[in-house]
Design a protein around this ligand. Structure first.
Ligand code: UD1
Length: 420
């Protein structure tokens, strides 16, 4: 397993080009299953999760043509399987987003129960319940969720009792090819859901209320060929800003959508960063100052993202004063804390709240990644620590960050990949 060796203590500075959003790319790639023709998606990030999704589509008979400009052409007119097998799904929980598209196109689907990030139980009951409202019958056998819509999908009203991002995406995709009108209430408003909805519209879907918590879908008979661009990754972008902030440095993000990052930018301003937004760039400058600790509670978009929580715990651990970070979305998403404690961080974990008293400096140590964003936070901790940090199990990072070591090196960080 590859590891990162980091020698901390350098203030980062420079530009970073932000990649396409993983969490937009995955459902958008799955949407190709719904189209009996060619679709082209641009700004595809080069990530292990994206490769897994392309393999999954390939197993279902979809033709995949990647080019070196970061675009992909997919053709699902040759769709010949509705099975998402365990060997692929176990490496990526988000594989569940093929469920809605397969049901929409083929009226049946068999998806292995997902694995992926170890951040809580992460059930799919809400996906199932919502799709049942559109006429799907489910059974779970042999570790697979098997869905069938014997008379095809029919429009219906869905009210999510809890906001779910991939749940909203699954039912949205199913509703697009259902007969009649569907309404999805308490839908997730994440920009990645809106980007998927815009993509579906570009392929012929009829959707109103994009970006709001109520989506109205008028089912169409079929989708058609088309193209779509994936939005920039607001979580990758935020991670680089926190890296610059924690090291008292500066950083300019290129090709971002600043309005998707409001919650993160506000907290960074509160931490003492000077932030400038202009068109598709965002700049952060700490002017050599140590950050001030901030209080954070994760909530659904447009609130503070759970996917940025671990990075801010790293920032708080070396910031001036005390801060409280409370996780409300996932029940077991604080696995970075014991690792940071091993680096000298003063963190008290009580339930899902991490209370920190910032220390002047962390100390390098061997640490272990446990999930994608936890790994990112350990890299940040390594960047501010004195001495050497080895971050193990970085396959988690490769799932969601494109060439992170190269981008950080360009900002002046000392980080190298140790292949195993
Ligand atoms: C997506 C993101 C992930 C992010 C999360 C929350 C992708 C590929 N992943 O994950 O990076 O951290 O949103 O912003 O887009 N829940 C249920 N039953 C369900 C579904 C969800 O109880 O059927 C619960 C989950 O356990 C969790 C909460 O709802 O507590 C929110 O999860 P959800 O929004 O579904 O997360 P994902 O879509 O898996």
């Amino acid at each position: 397993m590859d590891r990162f060796l980091i020698r901390g203590g350098r203030a980062l500075s420079g530009d970073v080009k932000v990649s396409g959003a993983k969490n937009a790319a995955l459902p958008i790639l799955a949407a190709a299953l719904m189209v009996p023709g060619k679709v082209r998606f641009e700004n595809l990030p080069h990530l292990n999760d994206v490769t897994t999704m392309l393999q999954l589509l390939g197993r279902m008979g979809v033709e995949v043509l990647l080019d070196d400009t970061g675009s992909v052409e997919l053709d699902a007119s040759t769709l010949n399987s509705v099975i998402a097998p365990y060997d692929l799904v176990r490496t990526m929980r988000a594989s569940i987003v093929v469920l809605g598209p397969l049901l929409a196109r083929a009226h049946q689907a068999e998806v292995s129960l997902p694995g992926g990030c170890a951040i809580g139980t992460r059930p799919v009951n809400l996906h199932v319940k919502a799709l049942e409202r559109l006429g799907v019958e489910f059974e779970v056998t042999d570790g697979y969720i098997k869905g069938r819509a014997p008379v095809g999908l029919v429009g219906g009203k869905v009210l999510f009792e809890k906001i779910t991002v991939t749940g909203t995406e699954n039912v949205l995709m199913a509703a697009v090819l259902a007969k009649g009108e569907s309404i999805i209430e308490n839908a997730a408003r994440e920009p990645e859901v809106a980007n998927l909805a815009d993509c579906l519209v570009a392929l012929g879907a009829k959707i109103d209320g994009i970006g709001t918590d109520t989506l109205r879908i008028e089912g169409v008979n079929a989708l058609h060929s088309g193209r779509h661009r994936i939005i920039p990754d607001r979580i990758e972008a935020g991670t680089f800003l926190v890296a610059a902030a924690a090291t008292t440095g500066s950083c300019t993000l290129i090709e971002v959508e600043p309005k998707h990052m409001d919650a993160t930018l506000l907290k960074l301003e509160e931490a003492g960063a000077r932030i400038e937004r202009s068109g598709t760039t965002v700049s952060l400058d700490m002017r050599g100052n140590r950050a001030k600790a901030v209080d954070i509670t994760t909530v659904e978009y447009p609130g503070f993202a759970t996917d940025m929580q671990a990075q801010f715990v790293a920032l708080n651990s070396v910031a001036e004063g005390s801060g409280r970070v409370t996780e409300t979305i996932f029940e077991n998403r604080m696995m970075h804390i014991p690792e940071m404690q091993r680096m000298g961080a003063e963190i008290d974990l009580y339930g899902s709240t991490a209370s920190t008293v910032g220390v002047n400096q962390l100390k390098g140590a061997p640490v272990m990644s446990t999930d994608l964003r936890a790994s990112a936070s350990l890299i940040l901790a390594g960047l501010v620590a004195k001495g050497e940090t080895i971050v193990d199990r970085i396959y988690h990072i490769d799932r969601g960050y494109e060439r992170i070591e190269e981008k950080l090196s360009n900002l002046g960080a000392e980080i190298i990949r140790l292949p195993n």
